[in-house]
Write a protein that binds this ligand. Structure first.
Ligand SMILES: [Zn+2]
Length: 410
C-alpha cells in the first residue's frame, strides 16, 4: 500500500490548535497554500499530475518549516510537529511514486522544477570570466524577507543589516541599461527564497559582473528574472534572465512562491517572456488547473531534448562549472609543473628529475593529467592550458550548497 496523503480536512485537523495564543491559521499563508494544493492533489487523477503536486507540496512544506525555524509573526511554532510529520509523509510518497531514493530527491526536484544555466550563462561566466560569484555569506544580505504579504530587504547599499520595506530602485549607475528602470534582478532558490541586488555587466577576466548567476555561484535556481517592488509591495515579475533562460514552469513556481509568502496576487502583474502581461491571480488560476499535463511535463523533461534544459545539458554545465573551479584552484600548480619540467637550459630541472623535486612530488596528483595533456598538445608543454587538463569533477558538497536538503529536522 502506498503511503496515504492526508486530505485537506485531515491536515487542517492535525494542525488545529485548540487554544491559539499566537498566529492564527488564517494568517498563515503557507498553510493556506498547502490546503489548496491538497485539494488539487486529491482531485488529480493522472499519476504524473499527482507527482507534480506532491513536489509542490514538498516545496511549500519545506518553506514553512524553514520559516518557522527562523521565526515569523505569521507562523505558530506549536504546529511544527504536525507539519513536520506531514512533510515526512510527502517525502515518503514522493520516493515511492518517483522511484528516486531520498538522498537524490533534491536532484529530482531540481530537474523537475528548477533551471540550470544555459550556454549563454556558462559562456559569460566561464569563458569570459566576467561573473562575480558570491559566497553564501556575501549573498545573504540580498535575501528578501516576507511578512504580511510585504517584501523586506536589508540596506545593503549602506552595509546595514536592518530590514526595511523593499524598493527595487537602481542604486548604482552601472545598473542602468542592464535592468529595466524600477526593476531589480532577482532569483528564487530551489528552497523558495528570493534574492535581489545590484546587476551589472563585468569586464572580461575581471570577475566583477553581477548577474543572476552571482547569488548562487552558478547553481540551479527555481526561477530568475526581474522584479518591481514599491514600498514592499511586489508589483511585477518576469522571467527575463539571459543566464538561466527560465521557462513557463519556472516562472509559475516563482509566482506560486510569491502567493505562498502572501503577496497580493490581484495586485501582481506577471510578464512571461514573449507573452502578454496578466494578473498574478489569473496566471496562477490558469496554470494551476494544468498542473499535471500542461506546463509541467516532467516526464518530457527527463526524455525530451531541449537545448540547455535536459539532464544531459545540465550535467554538461555542471561539469563545466566543476572543471572551471578546479582549473582555477589548480592553475598555479600547473604553472609550477610547467616551469619545473622545462629543460635545465631553460630554467627548469627537466621532466626526468621530477621525482627528486620536493615541489613536484607535492603536486603528484596532477602529474598524470599533465603528461596526458602534453602528449595531446602539438605545441608541447607551453601550450597546455590548465583547463584542458583536468577531468570534469563536480564537488558534491559544493554542488548541493544553497539548495534545500531532504534530511531529518531537529
Ligand atoms: Zn620540480
Amino acid at each position: 500500500m502506498p503511503t496515504a496523503i492526508p486530505t485537506k480536512a485531515q491536515f487542517q485537523k492535525a494542525t488545529d490548535l485548540t487554544f491559539v495564543t499566537g498566529a492564527k491559521r488564517a494568517g498563515d499563508t503557507i498553510l493556506n497554500r498547502i490546503d489548496a494544493l491538497l485539494d488539487n492533489y486529491h482531485a488529480m487523477r493522472k499519476p504524473q499530475g499527482q507527482m507534480i503536486l506532491l513536489g509542490r507540496l514538498f516545496l511549500a512544506t519545506d518553506l514553512w518549516l524553514k520559516t518557522c525555524d527562523r521565526g515569523s509573526p505569521e507562523i505558530n511554532p506549536r504546529r511544527k510537529d504536525a507539519v513536520y510529520s506531514f512533510y515526512k509523509t510527502v517525502v515518503a510518497r514522493l520516493t515511492e511514486d518517483t522511484g528516486v531514493p531520498v538522498n537524490l530527491l533534491p536532484n529530482w526536484l531540481t530537474e523537475t522544477f528548477g533551471k540550470s544555466m544555459g550556454a549563454h550563462g556558462a559562456d559569460v561566466d566561464l569563458t569570459s570570466r566576467s561573473a562575480d560569484y558570491l559566497s553564501p555569506e556575501k549573498a545573504a544580505k540580498y535575501r528578501l524577507k516576507f511578512s504580511g504579504g510585504l517584501a523586506y530587504q536589508q540596506k545593503w547599499w549602506e552595509n546595514d543589516d536592518a530590514y526595511i520595506e523593499a524598493n527595487t530602485i537602481q542604486r548604482d549607475p552601472r545598473q542602468a541599461g542592464v535592468i529595466a528602470a524600477g526593476f531589480a534582478g532577482y532569483i528564487v532558490t530551489m528552497g523558495g527564497e528570493f534574492y535581489t541586488g545590484p546587476h551589472w555587466a563585468g569586464g572580461n577576466n575581471n570577475a566583477n559582473g553581477r548577474f543572476h548567476s552571482s547569488y548562487l555561484a552558478g547553481e540551479s535556481v527555481l526561477c530568475g528574472g526581474e522584479m518591481k517592488i514599491v514600498n514592499g509591495r511586489v508589483l511585477e515579475i518576469n522571467n527575463e534572465s539571459g543566464h538561466y533562460q527560465p521557462g513557463s514552469p519556472n516562472l509559475f513556481m516563482a509566482v506560486e512562491t510569491l502567493a505562498i509568502v502572501g503577496v497580493d496576487m490581484a495586485a501582481l502583474i506577471v510578464a512571461p517572456h514573449g507573452l502578454p502581461k496578466q494578473s498574478g491571480k489569473a496566471y496562477l488560476g490558469r496554470f494551476d488547473k494544468f498542473a499535471g499535463d500542461g506546463i509541467f511535463t516532467f516526464a518530457n523533461a527527463l526524455t525530451k531534448a531541449r537545448p540547455g534544459d535536459t539532464p544531459l545539458s545540465r550535467h554538461k554545465v555542471a561539469t563545466t562549472l566543476g572543471a572551471n573551479r578546479t582549473a582555477r584552484t589548480d592553475g598555479p600548480s600547473y604553472a609550477i609543473l610547467k616551469a619545473h619540467w622545462k629543460p635545465r637550459d631553460q630554467g627548469g630541472h627537466g621532466f626526468g628529475r621530477r621525482e627528486r623535486c620536493e615541489e613536484c612530488r607535492a603536486l603528484h596528483h596532477l602529474w598524470e593529467n599533465m603528461q596526458a595533456a602534453i602528449k595531446a598538445s602539438p605545441g608541447g608543454i607551453d601550450q597546455v592550458r590548465p583547463a584542458d587538463m583536468q577531468p570534469a569533477v563536480l564537488d558534491p558538497a559544493r554542488g548541493m550548497q544553497n539548495r534545500f536538503v531532504v534530511a531529518p529536522r531537529p
